[in-house]
Design a protein around this ligand. Structure first.
Ligand code: FCB
Length: 308
């Protein structure tokens, strides 16, 4: 067993699992006095985000005045620096929740700023059964895809997660009035079409009918990162895809995503992805759940405490 070889916990429902991956999805069925009936207690948060949805019973998050309770159809979003402290609510016979741990793509930032928050944890309540079913389905699809073991399972699961985050964004009442500016969407498309080219801010600004400074400002405001960083992230996403799905030499992939200097490309890749392009390609051949990347800091190991 790998667990015995490495001494690491391989079950994400139990304390000690390292979460040193891009995406992990699961369902935690907590039953009163069962083996999972403890409070998750991660004081320093995790390296990535967690989105969770209650599907049965009642959960309790935080304690004292901050305590919040979650019922079927309630979603919670924990950003990396939020404390995790949750478990079955006293009095409820169970708490089943689906969850996804993930390291987001840069252009997702807009969808990850949930306005309704308690102690940094975003909250969203789905108002009707139809929506609850739709979201539950989506969570299950993500979990099944992630666990399917097929070659692109992680990419496909991330793709479905993106859909889930967009749906959460759409269902947040305040966001209905503040859609993304069409000119910024157009700027993103422009960048994606010209990924290997140098960014010519003036040309792009003309293309979307904004002044260069207004475009730069609005882009940062709406996308959460600046134009150069956004394009770099897109380049890395494409490079990862090409490394996984082709046998092209690294120098060729570097040039396809806009880097003539392979050494420089490898440096940027390592900085953003946490592994060199060749290490990443090699790791991608292993099953996705063990495709490890160096931790971005933060202690992801839950120290579970029983509820008194
Ligand atoms: C599991 C918990 C789940 C979530 C994941 C990351 O152990 O049951 O709620 O926190 O860890």
């Amino acid at each position: 067993m790998r667990q015995q070889e490495t001494g690491q916990q391989l079950n994400p429902l139990l304390p000690g699992y390292s979460f040193n991956v891009y995406l992990v999805a699961g369902t935690t069925p907590i039953i009163e006095n069962g083996p999972l009936d403890f409070f998750i207690d991660r004081k320093k948060g995790m390296s990535g985000f967690i989105i969770n949805m209650t599907v049965k019973g009642r959960g309790k998050v935080f304690d004292g005045d901050d305590a919040i309770y979650c019922n079927p159809g309630d979603l919670l979003l924990f950003p990396p620096d939020a404390t995790h402290f949750y478990g079955r609510a006293p009095g409820s016979p169970d708490w089943y929740h689906r969850w996804i741990y993930f390291r987001p793509r840069a252009y997702w930032s807009h969808w990850l700023e949930w306005r309704n928050q308690v102690n940094k944890v975003g909250r969203l309540t789905l108002p009707d059964k139809e929506l609850i079913n739709e979201f539950d389905e989506l969570f299950q699809q993500i979990e099944q895809t992630y666990k399917s073991g097929r070659r692109s399972s992680e990419e496909l699961a991330i793709n479905l997660l993106e859909r889930l985050l967009i749906r959460c964004f759409e269902e947040t009442p305040e966001h209905r009035e503040t859609p993304i500016d069409q000119r910024i969407t157009e700027a993103c498309q422009y960048l994606s079409r010209n990924l290997a080219e140098e960014v010519n801010l003036e040309k792009m600004a003309r293309h979307v009918c904004l002044s260069p400074s207004r475009l730069a400002h609005l882009f940062r405001e709406q996308m959460g990162v600046n134009i150069v960083r956004w394009r770099e992230d897109q380049r890395m996403i494409l490079a990862k895809h090409l490394l996984q799905s082709t046998r092209s030499p690294i120098a060729k992939i570097a040039s396809l995503v806009g880097y003539d200097d392979q050494m420089y490309f490898s440096r940027v890749f390592r900085k953003r992805v946490g592994a060199s392009p060749s290490e990443f390609r090699k790791n991608s051949e292993a099953p996705p759940a063990f495709c490890e990347v160096p931790s971005a800091g933060g202690d992801d190991r839950p120290s579970s405490v029983s509820e008194s």
